[in-house]
Design a protein around this ligand. Structure first.
Ligand code: PLP
Length: 455
C-alpha cells in the first residue's frame, strides 16, 4: 500500500469531515494535500493545483510564507502561551489590537475582543449586544436581523444567524431570536426591469417594515457580510449599505459588519465597509487576519458599547466571557507579522489593481453557454451556471452541474468552490496578473469541458 493509499484508508476509518457528504466521501476518498508554495498546493501524488479559493477564502499571503513560521517560532520560544483573563496581558495581543484599530481607522471602532474563529466572533457579538441591552435596562431588545443565504458560522448562536439550509437542518437551529430578510441577490431576486436602485429600495422597505412590525424596542442589531460569501457571493446592490446604516441609526439598532471574508484587503480596501462608505458599530474578522496559518477571530467595537460592558462587568464583578486561547500569544504574533506583510507588499493595493483583469476576464466567460451570471468585486467572484440563460432557469437537479464543474476543475488543477451551481473564486492576495490570466484560462477550459459533459 502506498503512503497516500494508507492515509486515505486511515482517514476514512477515523474522521468525520466538516461540510462533506460522509457517505459520498467513503466512495471517493479524500483529496489529501501535502504542501504549499505561493498560490499553489500539491497533493500527496505531487499534483499541483492553483488554490483558487485561498483555502477557505482566507490565505492572503500564499501557502509558503516563511516569515509567519519564523514569527510563530520566535514567540513559541519566548512565551508559548499566556492568556489575557484575570487582568493579565502580553505584548503581541496589545500590539495587534493597536494595529487592528489603526487599520480600521474609524472612530466607532476602538476596542478589540479575541476569539479563535469567525463563528466565535459572531457568537461574542450576540452575547455582547445582549449583555449591553440587559445592562441598559432594555431586556426586550434582543432580536437580530440577518439575511437569507447569510453565512456567519456554525456555533449555536452564529449558526442561528446563518441562513443556509444545510447548517440548520436537523441541528435544531435557529435557537436565538433572528429574522432572516431577503438576500440582496440582484440576478435572481430583482423583478423584471427592476433597476439596482429600485431593488435596493424594495429591500430597505422590507427592513423598515420588519423593524416597525416587530417594534424597534425588540431589535438589537442588524448583521451582514458586506459582500455575502458562502451563500453564493452576492455584492450588494447600489446604495444598500448606506440605506441599512441610515435605518439602524434611525431605530437605534447596532450595525454589525461580518468581515470574516472581506477583511484585510479582499475587495481592494482594508475593510469592505470602507468600500461601501458606511460606519459599522461592530466588525467581526478572522481568516485573512493570520492568513489562516493560525486560528484567530476578533470583534472590533467602540467606546459606547465598551463603557456599558465595562460598567456592567464592574457591577457583576467580572466580564464572564472568553476562551482559553483568546489572544493566544503565538497566534497574535503571527497575525501581526501577517498584517505587516500585507502592508509591506501592498497586497490590498494588489487586490485593487487586479480587480479589473480578474473581474473583466471572468465576465468574458459569460459568452459561454450555461454561464448565467458573473459577479463579484476585488479578488472575490462567482459564476452562476443555469440551464437557460434567457429565462435564468436553474438546472433541474440543483448542484449536480456545480459538482461536475468542481470535479473537472480539480482534474485541471484549479481548486474552486461549488455552491450549488455557482462556482466561487477567491485567490490569495499575492496572486500576480499572469496568474490571474492563468486562472481565467483554466476556468474557460473547465467550463468548456463541463458544458460538453452536461447531459
Ligand atoms: N463569517 C463569515 C462571513 C464566514 O465566511 C465564516 C466562515 O467561512 C464565518 C463567519 C465563520 O468562521 P469560522 O469558520 O472561522 O468559524
Amino acid at each position: 500500500m502506498t503512503k497516500s493509499n494508507s492515509l486515505v484508508a486511515m482517514d476514512l476509518a477515523t474522521s468525520l469531515h466538516p461540510s462533506t457528504d460522509a457517505r459520498a466521501l467513503e466512495k471517493t476518498g479524500p483529496l489529501i494535500m501535502d504542501r504549499g508554495e505561493g498560490i499553489y498546493v500539491y497533493d500527496t501524488d505531487g499534483k499541483q493545483y492553483i488554490e483558487g479559493l485561498a483555502g477557505l477564502w482566507s490565505v492572503a499571503v500564499g501557502f509558503s510564507e516563511k516569515r509567519l513560521a519564523e514569527a510563530a517560532m520566535k514567540q513559541m520560544e519566548k512565551l508559548p502561551f499566556y492568556h489575557i483573563f484575570f487582568s493579565k496581558s502580553h505584548e503581541p495581543s496589545i500590539r495587534l489590537s493597536d494595529k487592528l484599530i489603526e487599520m480600521a481607522d474609524d472612530p466607532r471602532l476602538s476596542r478589540v475582543f479575541y476569539t479563535n474563529s469567525g463563528s466565535e466572533a459572531n457568537d461574542t457579538v450576540i452575547k455582547l449586544v445582549w449583555y449591553m441591552n440587559n445592562a441598559l435596562g432594555r431586556p426586550k431588545k434582543k432580536k437580530f436581523l440577518a439575511r437569507q443565504r447569510a453565512y456567519h458560522g456554525i456555533t449555536i448562536g452564529a449558526g442561528s444567524l446563518t441562513a443556509l439550509p444545510a447548517n440548520h437542518k436537523d441541528f435544531d437551529l435557529p435557537v436565538i431570536p433572528v429574522i432572516h430578510l431577503t438576500c440582496p441577490y440582484y440576478y435572481r431576486l430583482a423583478k423584471d426591469g427592476e433597476t439596482e436602485a429600485e431593488f435596493t429600495h424594495r429591500l430597505l422597505v422590507e427592513v423598515e417594515d420588519t423593524i416597525l412590525r416587530e417594534g424597534p424596542e425588540t431589535i438589537a442589531a442588524f448583521i451582514g457580510e458586506p459582500v455575502m460569501g458562502g451563500g453564493g457571493v452576492f455584492p450588494p446592490p447600489q446604495g444598500y449599505w448606506r440605506g441599512i446604516e441610515a435605518l439602524c441609526r434611525k431605530y437605534d439598532i447596532l450595525l454589525v459588519a461580518d468581515e470574516v471574508i472581506t477583511g484585510f484587503g479582499r475587495l481592494g480596501t482594508a475593510f469592505a465597509f470602507k468600500k461601501y462608505g458606511f460606519s459599522p458599530d461592530i466588525v467581526t474578522v478572522s481568516k485573512q487576519i493570520t492568513s489562516s496559518y493560525m486560528p484567530l477571530g476578533a470583534v472590533l467595537f467602540g467606546e459606547a458599547l465598551y463603557n456599558v460592558v465595562a460598567d456592567n462587568s464592574h457591577k457583576i464583578g467580572t466580564f464572564g466571557h472568553g476562551f482559553t486561547a483568546s489572544a493566544h500569544p503565538v497566534v497574535t504574533a503571527v497575525a501581526l507579522e501577517n498584517l505587516k506583510i500585507i502592508e509591506e507588499c501592498d497586497l490590498i493595493g494588489n487586490a485593487a489593481r487586479l480587480e479589473a483583469p480578474f473581474q473583466n476576464g471572468l465576465r468574458q466567460l459569460a459568452e459561454l453557454p450555461f454561464v448565467g451570471d458573473v459577479r463579484g468585486l476585488g479578488l472575490l467572484a462567482a459564476l452562476e451556471l443555469v440551464a437557460d440563460k434567457r429565462s435564468k432557469c436553474p438546472f433541474s437537479e440543483a448542484g449536480r452541474v456545480g459538482a461536475l464543474a468542481m470535479q473537472i476543475a480539480h482534474e485541471q488543477g484549479l481548486i474552486l468552490r461549488a455552491i450549488g451551481d455557482t462556482l466561487a473564486l477567491c485567490p490569495p492576495l499575492i496572486v500576480t496578473e499572469d496568474q490571474v490570466r492563468e486562472i481565467i484560462e483554466r476556468m474557460r477550459r473547465i467550463l468548456t469541458l463541463t458544458i460538453e459533459r452536461i447531459p
